[in-house]
Design a protein around this ligand. Structure first.
Ligand SMILES: Cc1ncc(COP(=O)(O)O)c(C=O)c1O
Length: 404
């Protein structure tokens, strides 16, 4: 039997996100939108709506509609130095979770070695392990802004290294792998013929890069064929409910192999989901949707930043540059990190504010003590309320009372 370890962050969210009255600042999606909301956003008032009511609901295009695959392919051409990605190099899946699973299931097995950045979404290192591969974690450090240290890569690579797994922007730290670093990782993988899988589900939400730093392109933009990018409509495009994701690669042979494995798990995705995703990625909708989410991310990061400054006596962080999440460390006034699991549970019980404890949900038991993940690109009102309540909890439980 395949040994599958519990997927901690998903189980935590399943357990607590429906707590009555919950103030959810744990969610990783940019505030979700409705179909009505999408239509209102559309800049072309003459454009057909998201759904055709007369289309017969057959299985539809097996690998994803041509329109959707073209629009997904175009997302990978941003800031790219190489030729546009053809639609044939894209496969549509059920979410990025489906895309990652299928890619790993197809390309990794017993006898393989895989290097995966850490911390990241547990799926990216737990699935290769469950498939019998040996996994080395490439640890991201706060003092380097959670950017992978390329000088460590040579020491991690083995003769049987099959894949390097990246996540850009990163969940949970909200860090960015800059173009220069990405290019060095790609060069190193190319020298040894190692596949790179980059989970780009939070791209292109590079909302707060330091002045003068350009947003990195997709991993597919460097002209190395053995690169794979996964992504979805859930996070930067606010449409988790349609469960549309994708696998894109410069290498048609990789796409062919993954498509052959996909036949056993996905005949096709829902035709309704495909239509809605195609609509959301059409120019007149994509432009305002992304502009909304970039602005929401910047506004809300400002709110979170003010909170971290206000409570600097008991909390600190590496300020995110991208994505939707931040790791914030909480400690008592003597500088001792909280037990983040009890902290997150106590906060939830006393205030209804839901966050994600890093030690339980990301296995960060030693290096990230006291860290809690906050998903801050929710509706601003929710974040304001959540931070108010969290602040009240800190005032009552973490800060020493100064005698009058
Ligand atoms: C890094 C990363 N990859 C993949 C996923 C899965 O997202 P979805 O299946 O909704 O596209 C998530 C969800 O949190 C994630 O954080």
């Amino acid at each position: 039997m395949v040994q599958v370890e519990p997927f901690e962050v998903e189980q935590w969210m399943d357990r607590y996100e429906t707590t009555p009255g919950v103030i959810n600042i744990a969610e990783t999606c940019c505030a979700s939108v409705s179909l009505d909301g999408l239509v209102r956003m559309c800049e072309d008032k003459e454009a057909p709506g998201p759904l055709s009511l007369s289309n017969k609901l057959t299985y539809g295009a097996i690998l994803g509609s041509e329109t959707l695959r073209q629009r997904i392919a175009a997302l990978h051409d941003r800031a790219s130095d190489v030729e546009p990605l053809p639609s044939e190099n894209v496969l549509v899946t059920q979410g990025a979770i489906g895309a990652n699973f299928l890619t790993l299931y197809t390309l990794v097995g017993p006898g393989d070695h895989v290097i995966c950045v850490y911390p990241t979404y547990q799926q990216l290192y737990a699935v290769p392990k469950s498939l019998g591969a040996e996994v080395s974690l490439w640890k991201l450090k706060a003092e380097r802004g959670y950017v992978p240290d390329v000088s460590e890569l040579g020491g991690l690579v083995k003769d049987n290294t099959q894949m390097i797994i990246l996540n850009n922007p990163n969940n949970p730290t909200g860090s960015t792998i800059p173009k220069s670093v990405l290019s060095q990782i790609v060069a190193s993988a190319r020298e040894r013929g190692i596949i790179i899988l980059c989970d780009e589900v939070y791209s292109p939400l590079y909302h707060s890069l330091p002045e003068g730093q350009e947003a990195p392109p997709s991993v597919l933009a460097f002209g190395y064929s053995k690169t794979i990018a996964t992504g979805s409509m859930s996070k930067s495009f606010s449409l988790a409910g349609i469960r549309i994701g994708w696998i894109a690669s410069r290498d048609r042979a990789i796409i062919g192999a993954v498509a052959a494995a996909r036949d056993y798990t996905t005949i096709s995705v829902s035709q309704l989901d495909d239509q809605v995703a195609s609509y959301a990625l059409s120019e007149p909708v994509l432009r305002p949707l992304l502009a909304r989410n970039l602005e929401l991310a910047r506004t809300n990061l400002g709110l979170l930043s003010a909170f971290v400054d206000k409570y600097a006596r008991v909390c600190s962080w590496v300020k995110p540059t991208a994505g939707t999440t931040a790791l914030v460390q909480f400690r008592n006034e003597d500088g001792v990190p909280m037990d983040d699991s009890s902290f997150a549970l106590n906060v939830l019980n006393k205030t209804k504010v839901l966050s994600v404890p890093a030690s339980t949900c990301f296995g960060l038991r030693t290096d990230f003590k006291g860290c809690v993940r906050i998903g801050y690109v929710c509706e601003s009102e929710v974040l304001v309320k959540g931070l108010e309540e969290l602040g009240r909890y800190i005032d009552e439980h973490l800060l020493r009372k100064i005698p009058n």
